[in-house]
Design a protein around this ligand. Structure first.
Ligand code: PA5
Length: 447
């Protein structure tokens, strides 16, 4: 099997190869600090050796639980927010049929999401859709106290119990949470739900290879063993024993820090495959929450091309020159579609006849890269040989490892997220949550 491949040479017109190479010792030290547990946030390094530490019994437990949901449900609702749903959705979307939800002959339940927003219309429509359907719930919350998923869970649990009866509903609910703390753990223990533990030392955005990601992915009928195998491969490739020049995580961390130092404060993750949209969302959380602190950090953005070339393309080509791109490129499509010849050629497209649609897409990719470089946008590329579980497992671990290294090079703790508490405090104060009386008084005086 091949590996995913990082190319950084198209950044060298903007930053020098020599300056990127100069990060070698700093990046190697950062990588070692992760492995020795001597850097910031070292009590959150459980993800580092996670792939290779997953054992057969754990995988079987996840697969067996997935089978119960697969055998008994037409729809499975994954409840969670941030790191508690983005990884699962990224992988499921990337590897499922784009029109999966429309298929009537199905082998797997439809996976839908809740608790990732507080949209009343969204929840109303979800509950209407679930009426009289055989559905199950995977409720994911590490803290077990996050408002959005807790709110969705109360609504959906009540509905499931009403539709199935309390005893049957219990068998269709799985809770993934802390081993002892939090309201979700208390509820799960009391109700006797099947549970999986999120270890203390794994933060939400690094949890895709725990049951947080693996259970929903297995429910969707995807091969979690291959996903883990790909991550194991990258665990070695990105390890501290691999030379800086050969180590994609080290190279990516170095080049993006050098670009940042040279005024490129925005990184745009680009895909040319609509199925990869949520890989971009997962990546934005990983890098945004890990690096955006202490008034620094690259702002992570994401676009879907060629779609967004007809919207954001203008800004990227000619707007403020503070951006660089990282393109996720998929070498080989999974299917073949040949563009047909047309006798009348009224659309003028016969020059494409006989070509694969993917060839057109690849020329769009190449043409865009050259145009953007000409327009002052440095270009990095991560190439996947094809879209499958194995290469996605590689991609996820590569980005996690590079993020840890990059955060250390930047000088921040890549494993905390103190900033996300600010809105919660205000929301609770405005909703007059017991215990927030002083904050309620203070905030009401401001509005
Ligand atoms: O990365 C993180 O830590 C966050 O995005 C969390 O995953 C998110 O806030 C959800 O938290 P919890 O799983 O505790 O409900």
């Amino acid at each position: 099997m091949e590996n995913i491949k990082l190319s950084i040479d198209k950044a060298f017109g903007f930053v020098s190869e020599q300056n990127v190479a100069a990060y070698k010792s700093q990046v190697n030290e950062a990588n070692k600090a992760l492995h020795n547990g001597t850097g910031k946030g070292s009590d959150f390094l459980g993800w580092l050796h996670l792939p290779s530490s997953i054992n057969e019994a754990h995988l079987s437990d996840i697969e067996n639980t997935a089978k119960i949901l697969r055998d008994n449900c037409d729809v499975v609702v994954v409840i969670g927010i941030g790191g508690s749903y983005l990884g699962a959705k990224a992988v499921i979307d990337a590897l499922s049929n784009s029109f999966d939800w429309l298929q009537t002959e199905r082998n797997s339940p439809v996976v839908v999401y809740a608790g990732q927003n507080i949209g009343e219309d969204y929840l109303y429509e979800l509950q209407e859709m679930l009426k009289n359907k055989k559905f199950g719930i995977i409720c994911i919350s590490k803290s077990g106290t996050t408002t959005e998923p807790a709110l969705a869970f109360r609504l959906l649990k009540t509905q499931l119990e009403a539709q199935q009866g309390r005893a049957a509903a219990k068998k269709l609910i799985v809770a993934i949470t802390d081993k002892s703390r939090g309201a979700l753990r208390t509820l799960a223990t009391q109700e006797g739900y099947k549970t999986f533990i999120i270890e203390d030392n794994i933060g939400g955005r690094y949890s895709v290879l725990t049951p947080v990601g693996l259970l929903p992915i297995a429910v969707a009928g995807l091969d979690i063993r291959q996903l883990v195998a790909g991550a194991i491969k990258m665990e070695t490739v990105c390890g501290p024993e691999t030379a800086f020049e050969e180590n994609p995580a080290a190279q990516y961390a170095a080049v993006r820090n050098e670009l940042y130092k040279n005024g490129k404060g925005i990184e745009i993750l680009v895909n040319f495959h609509p199925k990869l949209h949520f890989i971009g969302e997962w990546w934005k959380q990983l890098y945004g929450e890990s690096e955006g602190k202490e008034n620094k950090g690259i702002f992570p953005a994401a676009v879907d091309f060629t779609t967004d070339l007809h919207s954001m393309g203008q800004w990227i080509q000619e707007g403020e020159r503070s951006i660089f791109e990282t393109v996720i490129s998929v070498k080989a499509s999974n299917y073949t579609k040949i563009f047909p010849h047309d006798e009348s050629n009224l659309d003028g497209l016969n020059f494409l006849a006989g070509k694969r649609v993917d060839e057109v897409n690849k020329m769009a990719e190449l043409g865009t890269m050259i145009a953007h470089i000409d327009g002052g946008v440095p270009n990095l590329k991560v190439e996947l040989p094809s879209l499958n579980e194995y290469y996605l497992g590689q991609l996820l671990y590569f980005f996690e490892k590079a993020c840890g290294i990059s955060g250390y090079v930047l000088g921040v703790n890549p494993f905390d997220q103190p900033g996300v508490e600010a809105y919660k405090k205000n929301m609770f104060a405005l909703l007059e949550k017991p215990g927030f009386e002083a904050e309620t008084k203070a905030i009401k005086a401001r509005i």
